[in-house]
Design a protein around this ligand. Structure first.
Ligand code: APR
Length: 244
């Protein structure tokens, strides 16, 4: 795979690199994306029916069971070369920030540290009343577990449609976008706000925006470098070309 020499120079000279990832980076690990017309999760379900606080209030058991099914589905899933290449990228850049919209926890599993999980983590749950985050809970068929502190219903520790993002994570993500030299947008359709605004914030501050995606997105015309392809192939090749 050949890369534009200017991109390699920018990468080698970058003091701060920030990367934003979406469902596409986990596609090669066997996880479905959200908006792929045939296979995307939202091609078969309406997000408001399954990923909203209203849906949970309406039928907590249905939502609990759906996330329990999704947790089961990711149990055997492993990071792919794209996840590992981002770990390598962080080792070669003085300051690196990884922001993800993914709730699958695969970046951490690959060895990335200080990952900003903007949309939460599906392997954790929290109390819908007091907010207590819970790592281990008893799964009893047909019941939604309750918080041992206040008795409230437990819910997935993810951001649902219509909910705001966790403030600390969002502030850290915006800061990392505004102060980087190179901003990667990897495997995201760039539709969901506020994550989708980060690349533009970086661009407006003079950073070079690099898009890695199997298809064109809304961001493509604005990107300084467009690397079309699968992130599990493009990212390892790029790291090799830049540093090895
Ligand atoms: N490599 C690179 N890009 C890929 C690959 C791949 N192997 N496979 C798919 N893609 C691209 C698709 O072309 C698409 O642009 O990944 C993108 C996935 O887009 P979405 O399904 O919209 O996922 P994402 O952008 O992460 O969604 C954002 O929306 O549903 C909510 O909370 C959910 O975090 C999610 C948010």
């Amino acid at each position: 795979m050949d890369f534009c020499p200017d991109l390699l120079i920018q990468l080698r000279g970058a003091k701060r690199v920030t990367a934003l990832t979406g469902a596409g980076v986990s596609q090669e690990s066997g996880l479905r994306t959200f908006r792929d017309p045939q296979t995307g999760i939202w091609s078969q379900h309406k997000p408001e029916d399954l990923a909203s606080p209203e849906a949970f209030r309406r039928d907590p058991q249905l939502i609990w069971d759906w996330y329990a099914w999704r947790r089961e589905a990711i149990k055997g899933v492993r990071p792919n070369p794209g996840h590992y290449a981002l770990v390598k990228l962080s080792e070669h850049t003085p300051q690196f920030t990884l922001i993800t919209q993914n709730v699958d926890g695969l970046h951490r599993m690959a060895g990335s540290t200080d990952v900003i999980e903007l949309h939460g983590n599906i392997r954790l749950v929290r109390c819908s009343e007091c907010g207590q985050i819970v790592e281990n809970w008893e799964e009893v068929e047909g019941t939604v577990p309750r918080c041992t502190v206040c008795g409230g219903l437990l819910r997935p520790h993810v951001v649902w449609f219509g909910e705001s993002l966790p403030r600390a994570e969002l502030e850290a993500a915006v800061e990392a976008a505004r102060t980087c030299d190179v901003f990667f947008s990897i495997g995201t359709s760039g539709i969901v706000q506020p994550a989708a605004a980060l690349a533009y914030a970086a661009h407006n501050r003079g950073a070079k925006v690099v898009e890695i995606n199997a298809k064109r997105t809304l961001l493509t015309p604005k990107a300084d470098f467009v690397l079309s392809g699968k992130s599990g192939e493009v990212l390892p090749a790029l790291v090799n070309a830049a540093w090895l």
